[in-house]
Ligand binder design. Structure first.
Ligand SMILES: [Zn+2]
Length: 253
C-alpha cells in the first residue's frame, strides 16, 4: 500500500494574503469546512500574543464563531465539545456535532488528523506526534465518535496534514519499537532506512491505524507536505523550541 500525497491537496490564497491548504475529499463533505494553516498565517501557539488573533481569523475563514483546542500532551484523551468541558483541559483529540465551533490542533512537525462524518454530521481532530500515533490516538478518536455520536467508521472521511515526513523524520530506536508495538509487522512499512538513517513514516502509520479503526482507504487523504523540508511550515526539528505553530482546523458550518 502506497501513501502518496493526496491528488486533492491544494493551496489557496486568502483575501488577506495568507495561504492555507485543503484536502479535496474533506472539502467535499457538505456542511463542514477545514483548513491547514501555513507559516504565513502566523503562529497559532497559545503562548504567543498573536496566536489568539490568528486563530480567530482562520476560524472566521471556516465560518466558525469559536475556536476550541486542548492542552496537547501527546496522549489519547478525546474531549467531547458537545458536553461543554471546561477550558484548558489536557486533550490531544476533540470532537463535536455543534455548528460553528472550530476544532484546532497545533503542530510544529506532529501530524494533525481531521475527521468528518457526512452522515451523522460530526467532526473530529487528533494531534498525533509519534507518541500519540503509537498510542493510537487515531483509533481512540474514531471509537469516541462512534460511541458518542453513533458514527460508523466506514462513513468517516479523514485527512492527515502537513507534518514531519518520511523524507526527514529521523528517529531513534524507541520510536521504531513503539511503531512495531502498535502495528506489529505492518509497522515495518512505516520505518524507512537509508544512508545510515532511520526515518519514521507517521503518515503511513496513521493511515494503517485509521484503516484498522474501520475507515475505507479511499476515505483517507494525506497532504504529503513535510514540515521539516518545506519552509512553508513551522518545524520544531528545523527551528528548535522557539518554532511557531501551524494548525489543522475543522468545523461544522
Ligand atoms: Zn522532508
Amino acid at each position: 500500500m502506497s501513501v502518496e500525497p493526496a491528488a486533492g491537496w491544494t493551496y489557496a490564497t486568502l483575501a488577506d494574503g495568507r495561504t492555507v491548504g485543503r484536502l479535496g475529499g474533506l472539502a467535499a463533505v457538505a456542511g463542514t469546512a477545514h483548513l491547514f494553516s501555513t507559516r504565513d498565517g502566523g503562529t497559532l501557539a497559545a503562548g504567543d500574543p498573536a496566536g489568539r488573533s490568528n486563530r480567530l481569523v482562520l476560524a472566521g475563514v471556516l465560518g466558525a464563531e469559536r475556536v476550541v483546542t486542548g492542552r496537547q500532551v501527546h496522549g489519547t484523551t478525546v474531549l467531547d465539545i458537545d458536553t461543554d468541558p471546561p477550558e484548558g483541559l489536557e486533550a490531544d483529540a476533540l470532537m463535536t456535532t455543534r455548528r460553528h465551533v472550530a476544532l484546532l490542533g497545533l503542530s510544529a512537525d506532529c501530524p494533525i488528523l481531521l475527521l468528518a462524518d457526512p452522515v451523522r454530521g460530526a467532526v473530529g481532530m487528533a494531534h498525533a506526534g509519534w507518541r500519540g500515533t503509537t498510542a493510537d490516538v487515531a483509533g481512540a478518536l474514531v471509537a469516541a465518535m462512534a460511541g458518542a455520536y453513533g458514527c460508523r467508521p466506514a462513513d468517516l472521511r479523514a485527512g492527515i496534514g502537513p507534518s514531519a515526513g518520511p523524507c526527514c523524520y529521523t528517529v531513534g530506536q524507541e520510536v521504531v519499537e513503539a511503531i512495531r508495538a502498535v502495528l506489529g509487522e505492518r509497522g515495518d512499512a512505516c520505518v524507512v532506512r537509508r544512508e545510515g538513517r532511520v526515518c519514521a513514516d507517521l503518515w503511513r502509520a496513521n493511515v494503517l491505524l485509521l484503516r484498522r479503526a474501520g475507515l475505507d482507504r479511499g476515505h483517507i487523504e494525506v497532504a504529503g507536505a513535510c514540515s521539516i523540508c518545506d519552509n512553508r511550515y513551522f518545524s520544531y526539528r528545523r527551528e528548535g523550541a522557539t518554532a511557531g505553530r501551524h494548525g489543522g482546523m475543522i468545523a461544522r458550518i
